[in-house]
Design a protein around this ligand. Structure first.
Ligand code: CA2
Length: 157
């Protein structure tokens, strides 16, 4: 295990609506990797940094709120791709604000360079930081950022 990660809670990676369809359509926007491929990438990245990882997907906004609340108690930091709820959900914003664990927002695509309705992110307003536009590699960067935040917090305690 790597120095600094011992005894830290796992990292959580949470995925919102339609991300279970990855790899089936719109590869020019979202890449060819399936969500299973992305889960494997996240596990490999977390393991290399000395963390266990929980990986979840739901199509339901309220379930995503529950998962964020659970990440607040059971993770040391979490990565969130809220899918289209990113641009609509004050409930997700409030859930992220309501937990102590830091949130790293990730997106496969670069929403700011797409339709105007993707310009607002309610998640970004509550997250510690955001990573977008690197396809599946956004998740690798997201897990690295979450691990860094978790270790920095542990050093403060
Ligand atoms: O780029 C991202 O990661 C997004 O969070 C993906 C969301 C989109 O609404 C956000 O603006 C940006 C959409 C995920 C839907 O993924 C699909 C994949 C294959 C087929 C259909 C949908």
């Amino acid at each position: 295990m790597h120095a600094g990660a011992q005894n830290l809670k796992p990292l959580h990676v949470l995925n919102g609506p339609n991300l279970n369809l990855l790899g089936t359509r719109e590869p020019e926007i979202y890449g060819r990797e399936t969500l299973k491929d992305i889960e494997a990438l996240c596990r490999e990245t977390a393991q290399g940094l000395g963390f266990d990882l929980a990986f979840e997907q739901t199509n339901h906004e309220g379930v995503l709120v529950d998962l964020i609340q659970r990440a607040g108690t059971d993770s040391s930091a979490f990565v969130l791709n809220a899918g289209a709820y990113t641009h609509t959900s004050i409930a997700l914003h409030d859930a992220i604000k309501g937990v102590d664990a830091p949130c790293v927002e990730v997106h496969l695509s670069q929403p700011a360079a797409r339709e105007a309705f993707r310009e607002i992110s309610f998640v970004a307003r509550a997250a510690a930081g955001s990573i977008s536009g690197f396809g599946a590699y956004s998740y690798v960067l997201g897990v690295q950022a979450a691990a860094r935040l978790a270790k920095a917090r542990a050093q403060q305690d």
